[in-house]
Write a protein of this length. Structure first.
Length: 115
């Protein structure tokens, strides 16, 4: 059974940094695309970043480009989202997902950025 467990969220002041982790287990993820999405209160879930687990090729949303970086550690089966220059509008629950033939989601981790 696939499990994705996010961690690293918390409360940070505007301009600060956080690094989120998503530890994956249950199968080999070499053929998966891993990603981060976020959902703010009253808003739809939106794409943040994605990375091909094999090639390491990554994409980030325009809204976070230059501030957020997605990376992975294959040996640890973990995907990271490094977030710098955080803004209050980055406040949301951040979800990790994994997609190949099926789509899996983690339980989410709260990120709150105070002004």
């Amino acid at each position: 059974q696939v499990q994705l467990v996010e961690s690293g969220g918390g409360l940070v002041q505007a301009g600060g940094s956080l690094r989120l982790s998503c530890e994956a287990s249950g199968r080999t993820f070499s053929n998966y695309v891993m990603g981060w999405f976020r959902q703010a209160p009253g808003k739809e879930r939106e794409f943040v970043a994605t990375i091909n687990y094999n090639s390491g090729r990554a994409y980030v949303a325009d809204s976070v480009k230059g501030r957020f970086t997605i990376s992975r550690d294959n040996a640890k089966n973990t995907v990271y989202l490094s977030m710098n220059s955080l803004k209050p509008e980055d406040t949301a629950v951040y979800y990790c997902n994994a997609f190949s033939n099926e789509l899996y989601w983690g339980q989410g981790t709260q990120v709150t950025v105070s002004s």
